[in-house]
Design a protein around this ligand. Structure first.
Ligand code: UDP
Ligand code: MG
Length: 313
């Protein structure tokens, strides 16, 4: 007798997506029914101001596999995904956006890649259908996060991902308020697989991320796993102080060799040295602040993947 395949929970964050929802329901149902494995959908309405919630209520009424969570107000895409994870009952958790930029027919691809033995599978939008500014910014963020976390990843921003239940539980165990799933995946050292997925242009509604929001989210994500930005003050201070020292040498040289008594160089040197010393003092404070920041996050001190031990006979 064949065991029932494990339940797949599809988590969808939704903010003002009324126009996309009917097609999302249709494409997702077709894709997952064709796939033939049991599934549930957790649609998280992240404080939409349009008719998204009433459309979702209708979907829930006609298809009980669709469960709806409604936020009090707009909290953001990541909190919505975490809320979906909390509700998910499946062994495999899949996240996908509501706007159909990643077609639901690609869900089996990420699930199958996960079952090759990864903790998390990340979609890779090789032919990404977004503006060149977006693509450039994403490429820089991917590189920076890869460098900080020493984990090579091509497309952190792709929302189509699959997680083993245990991996999602690891993520949920960290409860500091500024946390982003891609950065957390890296921080936790989860085994990450990548699979190429299709990406389409948004056909309904508009992106919720303007240039400013993108910049804020990207900075926030980096700052959530690294104290690098605050620690950058120290090398800057050292550079300024060194420049000041070089200018002083030049001033002394011109004074001795050419008898130059202009005070301009001396003033510049003093300015650079003072700025450097001031920045370096600030850097020491930054160092303590970054330690406080790390402490208040209350992340686990270590994470164990496996313990191999034989029980005594
Ligand atoms: N979203 C959300 N809360 C927000 C912003 C976005 O739940 O505050 C949802 C949105 O409805 C969509 C997904 O997150 O399902 C991705 O948003 P969007 O397509 O605007 O992002 P982009 O594809 O431009 O990165
Ligand atoms: Mg989108």
């Amino acid at each position: 007798m064949n065991a029932t395949p494990p339940l797949i929970s599809v988590v969808i964050p939704i903010y003002n997506e009324e126009a996309s929802l009917p097609r999302l329901y249709q494409e997702l149902t077709e894709a997952l029914e064709d796939y033939g494995r049991p599934y549930e959908v957790i649609a998280v309405d992240d404080g939409s101001r349009d008719a998204s919630f009433s459309v979702l209520s209708g979907l829930h009424a006609k298809d009980p596999r669709w469960r709806i969570v409604r936020f009090m107000r707009n909290f953001g895409q990541n909190p919505a995904i975490y809320a979906g994870f909390e509700q998910a009952r499946g062994q495999v958790l899949v996240t996908i956006d509501a706007d159909l930029q990643n077609p639901p027919s690609e869900i089996p691809k990420v699930v199958e890649k996960l079952e090759e033995g990864y903790d998390v599978v990340q979609g890779w939008r090789r032919q990404r259908q977004d503006s060149s500014v977006r693509r450039l910014l994403s490429r820089s963020i991917n590189r920076l996060v890869s460098k900080i976390t020493k984990m090579s990843v091509r497309d952190l921003g792709c929302s189509l991902k699959a997680f083993r239940r245990e991996a999602a539980h690891h993520l949920m165990a960290c409860t500091h308020s500024c946390r982003y799933i891609p950065a957390e995946t890296a921080w936790h050292g989860l085994m990450l697989g990548e699979v190429e997925v299709e990406h389409r242009e948004r056909s309904q509604g508009e992106s919720k991320y303007g240039a400013l929001a993108l910049f804020r989210v990207s900075f926030d994500m980096i700052a959530s796993i690294s104290t690098l930005p605050i620690r950058a003050v120290a090398p800057l201070g050292i550079i300024f102080a060194c420049l000041g020292f070089l200018i002083s040498l030049r001033v002394v040289y011109f004074r001795i060799v050419h008898g130059d008594v202009s005070y301009m160089g001396a003033i510049m040197a003093a300015l650079f040295v003072l700025t450097g010393v001031q920045m370096f003092t600030t850097a020491i404070m930054c160092e303590y602040i970054s330690r406080i920041y790390t402490e208040v996050q209350r992340r686990p001190y270590y994470l164990i993947r496996d313990v191999l031990q034989k029980e005594p006979e």
